[in-house]
Design a protein around this ligand. Structure first.
Ligand SMILES: Nc1ncnc2c1ncn2[C@@H]1O[C@H](COP(=O)(O)OP(=O)(O)O)[C@@H](O)[C@H]1O
Ligand SMILES: N[C@@H](CCOP(=O)(O)O)C(=O)O
Length: 321
């Protein structure tokens, strides 16, 4: 459960009173997520999500995230829309944290995605990439290749407490990726954390995308690579080529991938595996005392990284696009 910050009842009521959403009927901490503190609000005007932004969110980035959600929603991407308070501001302060209220999206995330879900995800991600084309703001990815080594250094030799030999393995991988990371792929707005728990479905149809707090300006194909990792591995660690094919077919029906993007996928997937291994490792080693959170297992991403290390080209996945 991700609730890092407790909110006193009176403080919450005073905060809600600055919005035109009626009186508060209930407020429940949400038992999912790892980054921010989220609460489900029920007010006289309906349901909303209250988010208190925590450690990893730079407050200077919040206008990018909130304006992006507004922009995408206006382009008919189903995503939360920030609610303005009575003086027109999207962002406030609650319990000493930056805080925002966004609209509630109907739908459920799928714990065991099937190829149909991967195809929907691919199409939804491509639609997001296209819809972001005329978004005026830019946010460089704060967790790209150059940011991985400093993150790793913060974990230090503690990494070996998670798995023997892990530090040396990460060091070697960093050197490999730092020397090869592609720079000239088509870029634009990407979500950068489109894991199954951030994609809602009603039946087999995608009903919405949430959690835009890693969104940034980076290579579209990197977003695709993040999703190959997050959606196309089975629980036993096997890569499911049918799901990968469905994801890529779904994507390319909406936004074709260029040859260089397609060819870069194995390296991007390798980098994405390291990126999530590192953030998970950091979080695993530094759970704040008293926080209600279940950190995610870094070793899941170590296995994915090792898989990609053995992939020479996109054909080695068995994909025949
Ligand atoms: N707009 C929304 N509509 C419905 N549920 C939401 C919405 N935003 C968040 N949630 C719920 O809160 C959970 C955690 O949200 P998320 O943004 O993933 O948190 P975090 O950024 O902390 O990882 C989600 O899994 C979902 O259940
Ligand atoms: N998706 C990341 C962690 C971020 O969690 P989210 O709840 O914000 O999606 C991971 O799995 O490591």
């Amino acid at each position: 459960m991700a609730v890092y910050t407790d909110v006193a009842d009176e403080e919450l009521a005073a905060f809600i009173a600055t919005y035109d959403i009626g009186a508060l009927l209930s407020c429940k901490g949400i038992a999912e997520g790892v980054e921010n503190s989220n609460f489900l609000l029920h007010t006289e005007a309906g349901y909303f999500i209250l988010t208190l932004y925590e450690k990893r969110v730079d407050p200077n980035d919040l206008p990018f995230f909130l304006n992006l959600m507004q922009h995408l929603a206006a382009k008919e991407i189903s995503c939360p829309t920030p609610v303005a308070n009575t003086v027109g501001e999207l962002l406030g302060t609650l319990a000493g944290r930056p805080a925002a209220i966004v609209t509630f999206l109907e739908g459920m995330w799928v714990k065991r995605p099937r190829p149909e879900h991967c195809a929907e995800l691919g199409a939804g991600m491509a639609a997001l990439h296209l819809a972001g084309a005329d978004f005026a703001m830019v946010r460089p990815n704060a967790l790209t290749v150059g940011d991985w080594r400093p993150l790793f250094e913060q974990c230090g030799s503690n990494s070996d407490r998670v798995q023997a030999g892990l530090s040396a393995e990460i060091e070697k991988e960093l050197r490999h990726l730092e020397g090869r990371w592609p720079k000239d792929l088509p870029t634009g707005v990407i979500h950068a954390d489109l894991f199954p728990d951030n994609v809602f479905f009603l039946g087999d149809e995608l009903s919405g995308l949430i959690d835009f707090y890693f969104a940034c300006t980076d290579a579209f194909a990197y977003d695709v690579a993040i999703c190959l990792n997050a959606w196309c591995f089975e629980q036993d660690g096997a890569f499911n080529v049918t799901k990968a094919r469905a994801l890529l077919n779904g994507y390319t029906k909406v936004r074709p991938l260029s040859e260089p993007e397609y060819e870069a996928l194995p390296l991007l997937a390798r980098g994405s595996a390291l990126r999530f291994l590192l953030t998970r490792l950091y979080d695993w080693l530094s759970v704040p005392e008293g926080a209600l959170v279940t950190p995610k297992d870094p070793r899941e991403y170590l296995k994915k990284l090792r898989f990609h290390q053995g992939v020479e080209s996109v054909k080695s996945y068995g994909l025949d696009l």
